[in-house]
Write a protein of this length. Structure first.
Length: 189
């Protein structure tokens, strides 16, 4: 088993995140001894969904306005329809996301989560996957889209749906263990 002792990971989430796409990566990271903070534009809790039905609420650890990307080793952006749709128009969320790319740190996004990456302007020339519904958006942002359970491109980890979570979580842990990736920085150069 790999260990992420001393690694700190931010999960960027707003109301409407797909529950399994936040909780399963969080569980995998904690099983590997990482510290995980849920970062959100609001205080208190964020509302999860199981597809279109309300699910669990998750406590927010750090308000986005107080979060510093430099304190984290990696970023995870869960999907769901409402979560990334909210985050992709939040300038603080986009700047927070770009900072991980500028520093060459691993970033993982699943399902609709890559919408945030498209709006953060970090997909030019990158290979990604996502839920098929947003393929055109990602291609329009300059990405090459593949229909695979998980795609890794120099520290950028993307997956399609909750069915892909085992592969997504495994690659997330692996990429964080590897550390910084120079290839991440080419997205913001």
């Amino acid at each position: 088993m790999t260990h992420l002792t001393g690694k700190r990971v931010a999960i960027l989430a707003a109301d409407g995140f797909e529950q399994s796409e936040l909780l399963e990566p969080m569980r995998a990271l904690k099983q590997h001894d990482a510290t995980v903070d849920v970062v959100s534009p609001k205080d208190g809790t964020v509302q999860g969904f199981k597809h279109f039905d309300k699910g669990e609420q998750v406590d927010v650890d750090v308000k986005l306005s107080d979060a510093e990307a430099g304190k984290y080793d990696a970023l995870v952006i869960p999907g769901g329809l409402f979560n990334p749709d909210t985050l992709r128009i939040d300038e603080k969320a986009l700047a927070f996301t770009r900072a991980f790319f500028e520093a060459g740190k691993p970033v993982a996004a699943i399902c609709h989560g890559p919408w945030v990456l498209a709006n953060a302007d970090v997909l030019e020339g990158r290979t990604v996957t996502s839920v098929p519904n947003i393929r055109r958006d990602l291609e329009n942002a300059g990405a090459k889209w593949q229909d695979e359970e998980v795609v890794v491109d120099q520290g950028l980890i993307t997956s399609r749906t909750p069915d892909d979570l085992p592969a997504f979580c495994a690659k997330l842990v692996e990429e964080i263990q590897e550390g910084r990736h120079r290839g991440q920085q080419r997205s913001v150069a």
